[in-house]
Design a protein around this ligand. Structure first.
Ligand SMILES: *[C@@H]1O[C@H](CO)[C@@H](O)[C@H](O)[C@H]1NC(C)=O
Ligand SMILES: *[C@@H]1O[C@H](CO)[C@@H](O)[C@H](O)[C@H]1NC(C)=O
Ligand SMILES: *[C@@H]1O[C@H](CO)[C@@H](O)[C@H](O)[C@H]1NC(C)=O
Length: 380
């Protein structure tokens, strides 16, 4: 024993250190049950972390002053449609991730970087392929799932197939924030949608949305996704854009978009209950974003905001709600006091309130468990 110990040379010590280093690196990322492993983020501009920077599209946010409060970029724009972090970013931070999930289209999203997850979200995207055509280009949900299929194969290469499968099933959360654009930039824009939309009843449109979403979520399950959180559609009749074009009072919201959102959300709950039952080992969590955001909008003063109707960055009309945020926009002085950053998207301050409730909220807000519980669900 002593002989063996004594014969450990400098090279041997180096080897041991290397082993320890590798263990602790992979340990953090892939082995131990502490913190969230990976966060795979799907959806639209509410959670896009920069995919649209790589597309020829009219839906872009990689221009000042977007990102002005995003610490990781030193206040430079990243492609996020807000002044700071998205809900996806904040959830990742709070669940113990060392880095934000990179956009899938970023050249840096390869190798070990994939182990914190990947962001597939794209401004203008929806559940339906035709949604967001007004922007010329965007990555819809069908293609986002195709992209995950590519990532899935790469993670097999990084971890080896059996570890990869376990990592995806147990240590990863799949979040989907989609549906708003299927109303705002499809159903409610009949001039620009396919002719059939004009005559399609709301029920038929909802059937269409839910059946496409069922296929997309089932495909993710087939690729080993097990822990899902799905956002309901928020009160899209209350965004500065809608309030401006409909010339409403500050405390009013447009009825039809909100009514459609609520109808869709009811169907979504049913879909998630069905998938929980039919896909063995799956956990689909419903995030009640509608009530959560409506509460922040209605009780904005209680949350420390001075307005829930005027966009901080934008132009046009009473609520700066027509022209998206860019270098020519008027910019508010008090970014912490605005619920909305731009005509469509919440500010970092509002995202922080929403994210914290999703992380620790009760079953009225996030059902059947919150995100902290979902992270630890199914681990010993
Ligand atoms: C990729 O990583 C390099 C090195 O960390 C960094 O300088 C560069 O900005 C990153 N590129 C993108 C597109 O994120
Ligand atoms: C959406 O478009 C993609 C490619 O453009 C296609 O593969 C897919 O089948 C389409 N989905 C539907 C439901 O039409
Ligand atoms: C993933 O891609 C493979 C081809 O590489 C294909 O056979 C498989 O059907 C795809 N899976 C899903 C769920 O789309």
């Amino acid at each position: 024993m002593a002989m063996e110990y004594n014969s450990c040379t400098a090279a041997c010590v180096g080897f041991v250190l290397l082993l320890v280093f590798n263990q602790s690196y992979l340990g953090n990322a892939a082995d131990q049950g502490q913190g969230l492993g990976a966060s795979f983020i799907f959806g639209d501009s509410l959670v896009d972390a920069g995919n649209n920077n790589y597309l020829p599209t009219l839906s872009k946010a990689n221009m000042v002053p977007n990102g002005i409060d995003f610490k990781a970029s030193g206040g430079n724009p990243t492609g996020r449609f807000t002044n700071g972090r998205t809900i996806g970013d904040i959830v990742g931070e709070e669940l113990g991730q060392p880095n934000y999930a990179l956009p899938y289209l970023s050249p840096n999203a390869t190798g070990k970087a994939l182990l914190v997850g990947v962001n597939y979200a794209s401004g203008g995207a929806g559940i339906l392929n035709a949604t967001g055509r007004i922007f010329i280009n965007r990555v819809g949900m069908d293609i986002q799932v195709d992209f995950f299929n590519q990532t899935r194969k790469q993670i097999d290469k990084v971890l080896g197939p059996s570890k990869a499968k376990e990592y995806i099933m147990k240590r990863s959360i799949f979040s989907v924030t989609a549906g708003s654009n299927d109303f705002l930039n499809n159903y409610l824009l009949p001039v620009l949608s396919i002719g059939t939309r004009i005559s399609q009843s709301p029920d038929a449109f909802l059937d269409d949305l839910i059946s496409h979403f069922r296929v997309q979520l089932t495909r993710l399950y087939q690729l080993d996704a097990r822990k899902f959180v799905i956002g309901s559609v928020g009160p899209i009749g209350c965004i500065p854009y809608q309030k401006t074009i409909n010339q409403l009072n500050p405390d009013q919201c447009v009825e039809l978009p909100n009514k459609l959102a609520l109808q869709y959300n009811g169907r979504l709950k049913g879909l998630l209950a069905e998938l929980n039952k039919n896909l063995p080992g799956s956990t689909f969590v419903y995030a009640n974003v509608y009530d959560l955001v409506m509460d922040v909008i209605t009780n904005y003063e209680k949350y420390g905001f001075t307005t829930a109707s005027v966009a901080c960055c934008g132009n046009g009309g009473q609520y700066a709600g027509i022209i998206p945020c860019g270098p020519q926009s008027s910019l508010c002085e008090d970014r912490l006091m605005h619920v909305f950053w731009d005509p469509y998207h919440p500010s970092d301050a509002a995202n922080l309130i929403i994210a914290k409730k999703l992380l620790d909220g009760d079953t009225k807000i996030i059902y059947p468990m919150n995100l902290r519980q979902l992270r630890d669900h199914g681990l010993v």
